[in-house]
Ligand binder design. Structure first.
Ligand SMILES: NC(=O)c1ccc[n+]([C@@H]2O[C@H](COP(=O)([O-])OP(=O)(O)OC[C@H]3O[C@@H](n4cnc5c(N)ncnc54)[C@H](OP(=O)(O)O)[C@@H]3O)[C@@H](O)[C@H]2O)c1
Length: 307
């Protein structure tokens, strides 16, 4: 039995609640994990609101929030290769375990060992923000010296993309509100404050010929505005807005497998992929953690430290 935080029905923050739940039994291809740190993501509140029913597996209520975690394997289900009790691991809860909890089940195929020397808190940021950064930049496939714009640079994915791109020798412009400037500039981003005027005009002051690629984390009208800065429309990669083909761009192709997780962990260990953890909340403070992401202006990656 352990404490968990989730929701009793679809709705806004008012449907969220703490409750006790028995440790979930790991099914075939799953591992039971004592959660050390859980990552908080925009998809979490969208699932709570019932906006992505295709992803919640139709599980009974109450449901536990959260889809990524790092922790320690407590038990191994059938048909699991390469993971053992006692392993420090990080990965995805794709089958409904929910990770804002003392224990959860992770999908073994989407879980990897944490390499020695990598902090658990960093590992917890890799399934979503870390591998998304790797995937988006791999998909763009631009050479060193190319210039990209990261639209929404101040959040969990944006700072990870910007750091990895800089380490690969790309020149990076990033958009965000003024509170994000210092953090972004610290990792080499030329910052455009979208609250200070015409974003495209301000960016053109820095890159008169536009950019070689865009990684968009904002979507909607913002994506449509900045897309004009890309010299090649197909080099607009959107991470959250699936309507991106309307501006000639592509939606990010995600790789959630163990191999890509292990690769992102190695990049993090090498100091090449540097997820920026903006806030660490205890489980008892999970409502504030999710609210910080739900308000749309999170700074860096928000995580919940469970044990
Ligand atoms: N497809 C996938 O597998 C996948 C994986 C990860 C994330 N995503 C999606 O990607 C998106 C970003 O995720 P995230 O975890 O980085 O979110 P996040 O941590 O909440 O960050 C979003 C950032 O965007 C900034 N922002 C908001 N409006 C903006 C605007 N008009 N211009 C520039 N910046 C703006 C916000 O702060 P300021 O406004 O204060 O600058 C905030 O820092 C979400 O839609 C998420 O669901 C998808």
């Amino acid at each position: 039995m352990g404490q968990a935080w989730g929701f009793g029905r679809y709705g806004g923050p008012e449907v969220q609640e703490f409750f006790d739940r028995p440790d979930p039994a790991p099914g075939s291809g799953e591992v039971l994990v004592r959660v050390g740190v859980a990552g908080v993501n925009p998809l979490d509140h969208l699932l709570r609101a019932g906006l992505v029913p295709g992803l919640d597996g139709g599980r009974p209520f109450p449901r536990v929030l959260g889809m990524e975690a790092a922790g320690t394997v407590l038990a191994v289900g059938a048909d699991v290769d390469g993971l053992e009790v006692g392993d420090a691991v990080f990965g995805f809860a794709l089958t409904g375990g929910g990770t804002y909890a003392e224990t959860t089940v992770l999908s073994a195929a989407n879980t990897a060992r944490i390499p020695a020397g990598l902090p658990v808190t960093v590992a917890a940021t890799l399934p979503v923000a870390g591998t998304t950064a790797v995937d988006a930049l791999d998909q763009l496939g631009l050479p060193a010296d190319a210039t990209i714009l990261v639209n929404g640079v101040g959040g969990g994915v944006g700072l990870a993309v910007a750091g990895l791109a800089t380490a690969r020798g790309l020149h990076v412009l990033g958009t965000g509100s003024s509170a994000k400037r210092e953090q972004a500039e610290a990792i080499g981003v030329r910052f455009v404050d979208y609250t200070a005027g015409d974003v495209v005009a301000m960016a053109r002051d820095l890159v008169p010929d536009g950019v070689d690629g865009i990684v968009d984390l904002v979507g909607g009208p913002s994506l449509r505005t900045v897309a004009s800065l890309a010299r090649e429309p197909r080099n607009v990669i959107a991470v959250g807005d699936q309507s991106v083909p309307e501006v000639g761009g592509r939606f990010v192709e995600r790789r959630l497998d163990r191999e890509n997780l292990a690769r992102s962990a190695q990049l993090a260990l090498d100091g090449v992929l540097v997820p920026v953890v903006g806030a660490v909340h205890p489980l008892s403070d999970a409502p504030a953690a999710l609210a910080a992401v739900e308000n749309g202006h999170a700074a860096g990656k928000v995580v919940i430290k469970v044990t």
